[in-house]
Design a protein around this ligand. Structure first.
Ligand SMILES: [Zn+2]
Length: 1148
């Protein structure tokens, strides 16, 4: 025993240096050793193997005399104060908390409690306990919680002791059950009595009481008690009182602490109701307005705003139903049984529970749990999901393999004319299992034929005639032009089209690969549910990428706060809110008439890909907009596209899309919506441009009609239009409609030289609504009919590319446009690509979704990219047949070399690939399987490495190759595993922009997206490097591409659920409120209490003094170490301190 004591106290002994707490002044140890030896205190329970710290802790619990205990406490405090939290954590791991608790309980239970010991014990316990997550439970176990509460009761008139007890109670309340225990023992009353109105005395103790009270409110039961006793209203009054009297801004910490209390109360619905009922919103709003005007009060504003958001009563979204305004009857399914899963997830998600939960790192763990670890599911599954004989129907989609290229010129002409476009879908064009001819159509059947195609509402156009010569009529052109055009074409009476002809003649839109007349003609074949009769001008007229860069928007400081405060004013001053519906997709009745309400903006979205359901005029220049849910759904809001007119130039209009769903958005990171002005287009600037200022995305007070269990987010942006009475279009991202695609394919087909380029567009299948899903084949025609050339053609590997399975991801269509245009071009690399591959491209896997303005789903209300495991022939025909076609290629020994599905990614910047790797997945998941024995071709990384070099928007570091269980039914994973395509990818494109490369800091435009599509095609050449070596011309043109020696720095696969973005500067959410006080703050306050007995007479100023102590955790329990006589000074005589005068509290 002697030996072990010797070891602890000999700091120079090298063997002991490993203990983190041991780095301490040797003089300290010497003195303690001396003292312990002198007073013959022996560490009683230390086994020979105990560490030094354990011996010290044991001694603390068993030393009977004041002096020894004080010395040990002092040593511990010195040790802990001098280092980092590592020492405290080490002490906690060695039972430090228990030792302090035991010592505390035994000291407090003495007949006359010895505060000379108790006070330092409490101080140390507060510091240690604050860092011990289990302190609450430990306190209960040692019976310390009630002991400290009792000490507090005995010392309500002694500010110093009361503060020490309050801090300890506060740390005990880190356990909800301990907090509840204190509550049951009337702890709330004792603590609340110490919270007084504005005063200049005992501020430290008042603040300790507020903090302890806040901590106790973590228990729901305590919260209810506090509400029942009227403490919430009292706290509000106290807050106001401190606010009103804190002229010199000296009491900000107390005001923050009261706010913190209120936040805790607002975690429960009863608490929120009480706060509102007690006028909390008004008090908080008014005090916050005052804070905004004064420097130094910044730290109070955000907690107040968050608290008001939290308490703002939930309001159901102003719709009659959550369901989409568009219903599409599905064969064999009753109309109203869809979306059942959504209806069922009502249930107090938001309610608090009396449980200790630690959710840190949950996301990451969830993600790793999601990785596939079953090797069987990571290896090829060669069995098709359908009988082989069914695959023969796909033979027609490989016309290039069966075509007899005999007489070059003539045959190619035949080819050209036989190419299937729309109408040619007679004979064998539509594949089996197609319901489009049999299903009754929802509203579509009503509107599609025979009805007047002009809207009947009073806002419909006044005149069809245009006088191109008159200035006046330009006005009408912009406002009404688009509404007339389709009408004319549908009537197919040429005379009625004269307006358009004249417009085109006068303004002549010249957009490459676009023809307004062709667009118009094509649109007539596009089948929408409601039978759109109007074209959106930008789709019709076309878009050119604007000249010049479009940097990401700078977010003004506190932009969100400003918007939220405006939102809160709606609740406080409802009389100032106009609240007038100015557009309703479902109800074109007079209530939405502009004639009775001419000062309002006009909205419209009944056109392809449009999806505004309702617009509400809120304040003079502010509108709430509600998006339509996906067809047959009551969810999936993100994409938007609508027309707005009737504006006054130069006026900032605020738009709020109030039913967004996602938890965060790139709109918080510099992204802007896009705007298209008809006036500008007619003036020769037909551009979608990024626009909008004061853009924020945050959780709002609206909830779905089905209940409060979930809530919505607001995207708000402000647009200042350049022209009076313009017609403008606003969208989430550059629109790209189904009709645009069909028009584009026709233009491309016309553009290629049929003697060189084999271009064939076919109808893979009809969609549910009867639209054609196009499959395009692009390859090089053989240079002669010679066997050698035909053989080369038939042995070219296939590349299968798909896009736009998610309708809201219009960026994927622009990338696809770039791919298609490049592959049809006369660029030498494109020629080489056509010679190297046969491209099979399905540019729009979800035409119905795109047409009807969906964001995510198809008409069956399902995400088509979750159907690949077992696609349904009737409900997901495009997926069923795409997969069937891939099986077919497999079955004839022509498994594609590459498969890539183009997507858009709403949370990330740049463009990147997701692929599939068994080994990387197993590594990343921490699977114990020995991957060395598993064979895997590393070639899946080649394309990304090439793209990293040649595509400026592409980021190799964003790529990953992990197979997630949750993605088991996506195209990428199923095609990889079932079709056996090693290079099976999802290519994700940002909606926003890039944070690397030459586009760093810029928003992405259609030019950059098309370029990406081109670069992706080019990258495919690297896979054929060896087989193309004979082609010297290619080598010359593509040497940069083929240079694979240029190494790319490898990376670790990233978690694809992770946002790349740092946390927002302003909280998007308001449901959680983090404790604003860190451990160091508490240390500071505790340290300030040590000498407070002497300061008592001076009254105020102690809190301010604390600020200067900032990082000094050292408390000087014993100011110096310590001759015997110094201990004397610590003894505080009872009654020497002034108590807090609780009798004067106005709320007694
Ligand atoms: Zn997608």
């Amino acid at each position: 025993m002697e030996r072990s004591t010797e070891v602890i106290l000999a700091p120079d002994a090298p063997a002991q240096v490993a203990e983190p707490w041991m780095f301490c002044k040797s003089s300290l140890f010497r003195k303690l050793r001396q003292h312990l030896t002198n007073t013959r205190v022996r560490p009683t329970m230390a086994a020979p193997s105990s560490s030094g710290l354990e011996v010290l802790l044991n001694t603390l619990q068993n030393a009977g005399d004041t002096e020894s205990m004080l010395n040990i406490l002092n040593v511990l405090d010195e040790l802990l104060s001098a280092g980092t939290d590592r020492r405290i954590n080490y002490m906690i791991s060695k039972g430090g908390s228990e030792a302090l608790l035991t010592a505390l309980v035994s000291s407090a239970r003495c007949y006359t409690p010895n505060y000379t010991i108790l006070l330092p014990l409490l101080h140390l316990l507060a510091k240690v306990g604050h860092r011990d997550r289990q302190i609450g439970l430990k306190a209960q176990k040692e019976d310390a919680a009630l002991v400290v509460l009792s000490l507090l009761r005995q010392n309500t008139k002694n500010a110093q002791r009361a503060a020490a007890c309050l801090w300890v109670l506060r740390v005990f309340c880190s356990s909800v059950t301990t907090a509840a225990l204190l509550g049951r023992n009337r702890g709330l009353d004792v603590v609340f009595k110490l919270i007084c109105p504005h005063t200049t005395k005992h501020l430290r103790t008042v603040k300790a009481a507020v903090d302890a009270f806040a901590a106790m409110l973590c228990s729901k039961a305590n919260c209810r008690t506090a509400i029942a006793k009227g403490y919430i209203g009292d706290l509000l009054k106290l807050y106001e009182d401190w606010h009103n009297n804190d002229a010199n801004l000296e009491n900000i910490p107390i005001r923050r602490a009261i706010m913190h209390c209120l936040h805790h109360a607002a975690n429960s619905s009863v608490g929120r109701e009480a706060l509102v009922a007690e006028g909390g919103m008004h008090i908080l709003f008014q005090t916050t307005q005052a804070c905004l005007t004064m420097k130094g009060l910044e730290s109070l504003v955000d907690p107040a705003v968050q608290l008001m958001r939290k308490c703002y009563p939930k309001v159901p979204i102003p719709l009659t139903s959550d369901k989409s305004a568009y219903i599409f009857p599905l064969p064999g399914r009753p109309v109203d049984c869809w979306d059942a899963d959504l209806e069922s997830y009502d249930g107090g998600l938001e309610e608090d529970s009396d449980e200790d939960t630690e959710n840190e790192e949950l996301d990451n763990r969830d993600y790793e749990d999601d990785l596939e670890t079953d090797v069987n599911k990571l290896q090829p599954r060669p069995e098709p999901d359908r009988p082989l004989e069914q695959l023969s129907q796909y033979v027609r989609f490989c016309p290039e393999l069966h075509h007899e290229f005999q007489l070059n010129k003539r045959v190619f002409q035949d080819l050209d004319s036989s190419s299937e476009v729309d109408e040619s879908a007679d004979e064998d064009s539509s594949l089996e299992g197609n319901f489009s001819q049999k299903i009754p159509r929802g509203r579509r059947s009503k509107a599609s034929k025979g009805e007047s195609l002009l809207p009947s509402s009073p806002d419909s156009p006044i005149s069809l005639e245009l006088n191109p010569g008159s200035e006046e009529d330009n006005h009408l052109q912009t406002r009404d032009f688009h509404k007339h055009y389709l009408n004319c074409s549908r009537n197919i009476q040429e005379g009625h089209c004269s307006m358009v002809d004249r417009l085109l003649e006068k303004y002549g839109s010249v957009i490459p690969n676009h023809d307004p007349r062709l667009y118009n003609a094509t649109a007539a074949n596009t089948k929408s549910i409601v039978g759109y009769s109007i074209l959106a001008f930008p789709d019709f007229w076309g878009h050119l990428p604007p000249q010049g860069k479009e940097p990401m928007a700078k977010r003004p400081p506190n932009a969100q706060r400003k918007k939220v405060l405006e939102d809160i004013q709606r609740l406080l001053c409802p009389e100032k809110i106009i609240n007038k519906v100015v557009f309703d997709m479902e109800d074109p009745s007079p209530q939405c008439s502009y004639e009775t309400y001419p000062s309002s903006l006009r909205f419209f979205s009944k056109f392809e890909s449009g999806n505004l359901q309702k617009a509400i005029h809120v304040r003079s220049h502010e509108y709430d907009l509600i998006l339509n849910a996906d067809v047959n759904c009551s969810a999936h809001y993100q994409w938007f596209y609508f027309e707005v007119s009737g504006m006054v130039a130069g006026v900032p209009y605020r738009f709020n899309i109030i039913n967004c769903e996602k938890g965060n958005s790139q709109y918080n990171y510099g992204m802007q919506p896009v705007l298209y002005s008809v006036r500008e287009a007619l003036e020769g600037k037909p551009h979608w441009v990024r626009t909008g200022s004061e853009i924020c995305y945050y959780r709002n007070h609206f909830c779905p009609r089905r209940g409060q269990s979930s809530s919505f987010y607001t995207l708000t942006f402000t647009v200042t239009f350049r022209h009076d009475d313009d017609v403008c279009y606003l969208a989430y991202h550059y629109p790209y409609t189904y009709t645009t695609l069909q028009t584009h394919l026709k233009m491309l087909e016309k553009s290629v030289d049929p003697s060189k380029v084999f271009f064939r567009q076919q109808n893979l299948c009809d969609t549910l609504a009867g639209n054609s899903c196009s499959l395009v084949t692009i390859t090089a025609c053989p240079s002669s009919k010679a066997w050698k050339h035909l053989h080369q053609l038939r042995n070219r590997p296939c590349v299968v590319l798909t896009a736009r399975v998610h309708p809201g991801e219009s960026n994927s269509s622009w990338v696809m446009k770039g791919t298609l245009e490049f592959l049809c071009s006369s660029d030498p690399v494109a020629e080489s690509l056509r010679e190297a591959y046969i491209f099979k491209i399905i540019p729009m896997l979800n035409p119905d979704g795109v047409i009807n303005g969906n964001n995510r789903c198809s008409l069956n209300g399902e995400d088509l990219n979750r159907q690949w495991l077992k696609p349904d022939l009737n409900f997901s025909p495009t997926i069923y047949h795409t997969k069937g076609f891939l099986y077919y290629l497999n079955s004839i020994g022509r498994t594609p070399l590459v498969f890539c599905d183009y997507h858009g990614h709403s949370r990330k910047k740049n463009v990147f690939l997701y692929g599939c790797s068994m080994k990387e997945t197993l590594w990343q998941s921490g699977s114990p399987i020995n991957t060395a024995s598993l064979k895997e071709d590393p070639g899946y990384r080649t394309i990304a490495k090439t793209l990293d070099r040649i595509a400026p928007a592409f980021s190799f570091n964003n790529c990953n190759y992990l197979v997630e269980k949750s993605r088991a039914s996506t195209a990428r994973v199923v095609v990889w595993r079932e079709i056996g395509i090693l290079r099976s990818y999802t290519m994700e494109s940002t909606y926003n922009g890039c944070n690397q490369g030459i586009y760093k800091g810029l928003q992405i435009g259609t030019h950059e997206m098309e370029e990406m599509g081109m670069k992706f095609s080019q990258s495919l050449l690297t896979l054929r490097k060896n087989s193309l070596l004979y082609n010297s011309r290619l080598i010359h043109h593509a040497s940069a591409l083929l240079d694979l020696n240029n190494q790319v720095v490898d990376h670790k696969s990233n978690n694809c659920y992770e946002d790349d973005e740092p946390p927002c500067t302003e909280e998007i959410e308001y449901s959680s409120f983090s404790d604003p006080f860190g451990a160091n703050d508490l240390d500071m306050e505790v340290n300030g209490n040590i000498h407070s007995a002497e300061e008592e007479d001076e009254g105020d100023a102690d809190i301010c003094e604390n600020v200067r102590l900032q990082t000094d955790r050292k408390s000087h329990l014993l100011p110096h170490i310590l001759p015997q006589d110094a201990l004397e000074t610590l003894t505080i005589k009872d009654g020497q301190c002034n108590g807090i005068n609780v009798g004067n509290s106005y709320y007694c």
